[in-house]
Design a protein around this ligand. Structure first.
Ligand SMILES: [Zn+2]
Length: 108
C-alpha cells in the first residue's frame, strides 16, 4: 500500500510588532505566523506546496503578508521541519542508491 497525502500547518512565533489596526481602530500587537501546505509520502518524505508568512491582529485577524526572506530573517531559521521541506530530496537520493545497487550488484 502506498501512503501519500497532503496537510496544512500553522505556526506562531513569539514575535510581535505594534501597528495600527484599521479594523479595530487602535494600536495592536500584530503577531507573526506562518501558514503552509505540504505534500508527503509515508509522512517522512515531504515537500512544501505553498507557504505564507503573515502579520495578523490578535483581535480581528486582519493583517498582511510578509516577504518570506524578511520573515525568516526575523525568526532566525526556517521554521518548517527538514523532512517536510526536503524529504523529497532524501527519497530521491535513496532511490538513486537502491537503483545503483540493483544495476551494479556483484555478479555471481
Ligand atoms: Zn484588529
Amino acid at each position: 500500500m502506498i501512503l501519500w497525502g497532503t496537510g496544512d500547518c500553522e505556526l506562531t512565533f513569539d514575535l510581535s510588532e505594534r501597528e495600527y489596526c484599521q479594523k479595530c481602530q487602535q494600536d495592536q500587537d500584530f503577531a507573526l505566523r506562518l501558514k503552509y501546505e505540504y505534500g508527503h509520502f509515508y509522512h517522512l518524505f515531504g515537500w512544501v506546496m505553498s507557504k505564507q508568512y503573515q502579520l495578523v491582529c490578535p483581535v480581528c485577524v486582519h493583517g498582511w503578508v510578509l516577504n518570506p526572506r524578511a520573515a525568516v530573517a526575523l525568526i532566525g531559521s526556517n521554521p518548517i521541519p527538514f523532512y517536510r521541506r526536503n524529504g523529497w530530496a532524501v527519497m530521491l537520493g535513496l532511490g538513486v542508491v537502491v537503483g545503483m545497487a540493483v544495476v551494479y550488484r556483484p555478479a555471481g
